[in-house]
Design a protein around this ligand. Structure first.
Ligand code: URA
Length: 224
């Protein structure tokens, strides 16, 4: 047997005897220990898309034109998650293709990546009427599918774009100004919130902060 394994077994035996000496005679079984990220080794994005089907799980199906599932590399190390489709995305069935999307493309390219190399999705997959904010029941209906996409892709880093994305993924009410640029954990995956590209179109002076966040993401990816 490999020397390391023999040593490991010996250490384990010593540890178990120590626990026994302390009066601990049973250990929790694996099914009681939560998995960090429930890994999906067999599920594919195509499976998730099939399961989603012609979704009518929330009221947005009545007004949407197209479901915007998400697009990009199934093996991406970096995933961007926005809020929800706008007019252009609803028309084309693709995420971030309008003005905000063009800015997102530039942001991605600023760290020498392309849209094809990352994965882009949204908190909700259907456009809310008049681009209103997503409502809690809509977010809740969509969330299992987004989580499955995350588990299939298993990115190293998720960049949460804007308030809704950051607050939904991190289950917090904290403002995006306080969240941005910091590192959080979503079941073992690093999450970095930053400003939404649509916010940057209205407030171009905040681009510098997003650039700082992107540099941090690039560094983390290079050291991963
Ligand atoms: N804004 C978003 O949050 N997502 C898109 O796909 C487009 C605009």
């Amino acid at each position: 047997m490999d020397e390391n394994i023999t040593e490991l077994i010996s250490d384990l035996r010593t540890y178990l005897e120590y626990l026994k000496g302390m009066g601990i005679t049973s250990l929790p079984v694996a099914e009681n220990v939560p998995e960090k990220v429930p890994r999906s080794e067999t599920l594919t994005l195509a499976d998730v898309r099939t399961e989603l089907g012609d979704c009518k799980r929330c009221k947005l199906h009545r007004t949407r034109k197209t479901i915007v599932f998400g697009e990009g590399n199934e093996k991406a190390t970096l995933m961007f998650i926005g809020e929800g489709p706008g007019y252009d995305e609803d028309m084309q069935g693709r995420p971030f293709v309008g003005r905000a999307g063009q800015l997102l493309t530039k942001i991605i390219e600023s760290i020498n990546l392309s849209r094809e190399e990352v994965y882009i999705a949204n908190i909700i997959k259907c456009r809310p009427p008049q681009n209103r904010n997503p409502e809690p029941d809509e977010i809740e209906s969509c969330n299992p599918f987004l989580m499955k996409q995350i588990r299939v892709i298993q990115p190293k880093i998720i960049c949460a774009l804007g308030t809704f994305s950051a607050q939904t993924l991190l289950k917090t009410d904290t403002k995006i100004t306080a969240l941005r640029g910091k590192l959080y954990d979503l079941e073992g995956i690093k999450v970095i919130p930053t400003y939404h590209p649509a916010f940057l179109l209205r407030n171009p002076e905040r681009k510098r902060e997003v650039w700082e966040d992107m540099k941090k993401i690039a560094e983390l990816l290079n050291n991963a």
